[in-house]
Design a protein around this ligand. Structure first.
Ligand code: NAD
Ligand code: DAO
Ligand code: ZN
Ligand code: ZN
Length: 370
């Protein structure tokens, strides 16, 4: 067993506990990664809250990391000690029906065990005093060392700063990818972005890169507007400033609705607004936010009959092993920036403060440095 420092979620709704845990060496097809930095995403908070139907405890959360390979298990051929990697909560085996479909990034090779907090052989690698601790989304980046399946690691440029490109392990790739891969926004299109956290701001970056003509940013926390404008939002609006539904406001602002909208909150009520803010005949709304267990979306079917389209997007439709290294290169070439997202940095011992800052609406991303 290897000893590693980790933030353990012993039960839902309780602060994480920083402790030394035991970690088994990587088994067949697995890789030991020393995590250099990890972002804290809203999805970590969602799972910790107890609202995640797949939430399982005790667990080591975290899924937005960057690290260095320290050891490889039997049969691992695509990675070697010293490689720089980003763990992927959506693996890419390249062989399953999903990977070969050409239609989705949702590889299912390790999905079943991953959803149960287990490695592909059905067991965990983390233990405390002999008690198994579950993995999270196949990543568990809130541990200084973690074990990840080979097919769930993207090998990236060693020159890339891991304390920044870790954000490409979830939030930034999710938002930018939803614009490019899921919606395929084109030059001149109009866009509405609901929710200006890490995901929504990354949608704005993606929309700017796609040369959208108008980017309407919507949030109930106006503190988010300055960064949204800095990144390229053309209009920032607060639904609480209007005495009519926000979709009506947007339809009026845009002569009938936007070409594309993105829900980046996880509110089923806002998902409806986002759909109904789309233009009749062609407007498309992409759901990115993750709603609480058991919640359902609704609208009048006539919204769809009259040409609006409702879609969803996971990890921005990006295939992690084959496409994420290229996104890291785009960052290295200065095609987009990451600094604006990183509002706070801290050590693992302060990780509960990162959750507090998120809940208080004071952070975009806190990056934990090990
Ligand atoms: P965040 O908490 O940082 O940001 C959410 C933003 O929404 C905040 O700025 C908040 O003020 C705003 N907001 C809340 N209620 C609102 C309302 N009624 N109207 C307008 N704005 C409102 O979260 P994040 O990290 O950006 O994540 C956003 C969502 O995306 C979460 O649900 C997360 O679980 C999900 N997510 C999905 C994927 C995916 O692949 N689909 C990946 C990562 C995160
Ligand atoms: O293949 O069934 C599947 C699910 C793959 C994971 C998709 C997760 C997307 C939303 C979670 C937010 C992640 C941080
Ligand atoms: Zn995330
Ligand atoms: Zn696959």
């Amino acid at each position: 067993m290897i000893k590693t420092r980790a933030a353990v979620a012993w039960e839902a709704g309780k602060p994480l506990s920083i402790e030394e845990v035991d970690l088994m060496p990587p088994q067949k097809g697995e890789v030991l990664v020393r995590i250099v930095a990890t972002g804290v995403c809203h999805t970590d908070a969602f799972t910790l809250s107890g609202d995640d139907p797949e939430g399982i405890f005790p667990a080591i959360l975290g899924h937005e990391g960057g690290g260095v390979v320290e050891a490889v298990g039997e049969g691992v051929t695509s990675l070697a000690v010293g490689d720089h990697v980003i763990p992927l909560y959506t693996a890419e085996c390249g062989e399953c029906k999903f990977c070969t479909s050409g239609k989705t990034n949702l590889c299912q090779a390790v999905r079943a065990t991953q959803g149960q907090g287990l490695m592909p052989d059905g067991t965990t690698r983390f233990f405390k005093d002999g008690q198994p601790i579950f993995h999270y989304m196949g990543c568990s980046t809130f541990a200084e060392r973690t074990v990840v399946p080979e097919i769930a690691l993207a090998k990236i440029n060693k020159e890339a700063p891991l304390e920044k490109v870790c954000l490409l392990g979830c939030g930034v790739t999710t938002g930018m990818g939803a614009v490019k891969h899921t919606a395929n926004v084109q030059e001149g299109d109009t866009v509405a972005v609901f929710g200006l956290g890490g995901i929504g701001l990354a949608v704005i970056i993606g929309a700017v890169m796609a040369k959208a003509s108008r980017i309407i940013a919507i949030d109930i926390n106006e503190d988010k507007f300055a960064i949204a404008k800095q990144l390229g939002a053309t209009d920032c609006i607060n639904p609480n400033d209007f005495d009519k539904p926000i979709q009506e406001v947007i339809v009026e602002m845009t002569d009938g609705g936007v070409d594309y909208s993105f829900e980046c909150i996880g509110s089923v009520k806002v998902m409806r607004s986002a759909l109904e803010a789309c233009h009749k005949g062609w407007g498309e709304s992409v759901i990115i936010g993750v709603a609480g267990a058991g919640q359902e979306i609704s609208t009048r079917p006539f919204q769809l009959v009259t040409g609006r389209v409702w879609k969803g997007s996971a990890f921005g439709g990006v295939k992690g092993r084959s496409q994420l290294p290229g996104i890291v290169e785009q960052y290295m070439n200065g095609e987009f920036e990451l600094d604006t997202f990183i509002t706070h940095t801290m050590g693992l011992e302060d990780i509960n403060k990162a959750f507090d800052l998120m809940h208080q609406g004071k952070s975009i991303r806190t990056v934990i440095h090990y």
